[in-house]
Design a protein around this ligand. Sequence first.
Ligand code: AMP
Length: 281
Amino acid sequence: MKAFYQINELSREINELRAKGKVIGFVPTMGALHDGHLLLVKNAQQECDVVVVSIFVNPTQFNNAKDLELYPRQEEKDLSLLEKNGCDYVILPSKGEIYPEDYKTITLDLGGLEKVMEGKFRPGHFQGVVNVVSRLFAIVNPDNAYFGRKDFQQLAVIKEMVRQLQIPVRIIGVEIKRDLHGLALSSRNARLNEEELEKSLILVETLQKGKQWAKEKSPQETTKLMLEMFQKSELEVEYIEVVHPDTLETLQGDWVPGATACIAAFCGEVRLIDNMELIPN
Ligand code: AMP
């Protein structure tokens, strides 16, 4: 595995590989890697000739300065994990490399995708994501790019971005990796102690119950029951929504294939998200 800190050097190598007809797979991350990230790498490895991973904690997608400051960073450990798990190239750019002085911020009209759920509670977050991912795509120019379904709304936003900017890349969504107890893996879990990790299981438990309720109840009733269940826990809920898988609009009437429940909540100061498909797609 080769690690790069300079974009130019990576671009040069990738261009050579591309000229030889190699299929390039790309996994963008913010580091503090766990098995969820490594599952994306594994998928890329299975489907591509070359796997490129980026590690960049993107300041423009944080709407909370403290969250950015406390975001876990573990470069050495990350590099060792990537080396052992099939990554060929890793790029660790500086902020100046990603956003040079002449960088022109792009603003996309993401319509409803940006107004709901994460968009409501994290204003500006998705425009930050769009800017960093489009910039990384321009640098790596991948054939395939891998994103976790854990960030369900982000996946929808990236697909819309690629459509609008006509970027020739295949976006692949990868299943959510959970720990033994069902908690969705997240870099932010590193900020939780044992007791908090246990309390946080209420996210997945509520989603699982939601899946059962969905067999008999309407989307509205299911949402209400999930909210009631969650509010009995010690976590502070931001939203629980049952949405259409493509438009992310709250389901008003009947169930649709792929209907998905999404949750965001705070465990102490740590913000957690999770989601689950309630109706098979
Ligand atoms: P992050 O480093 O949090 O920006 O995440 C980088 C990529 O890993 C994103 O596409 C995430 O959706 C994905 N990811 C994060 N957690 C998980 C998980 N538990 N399972 C699968 N993918 C994940």
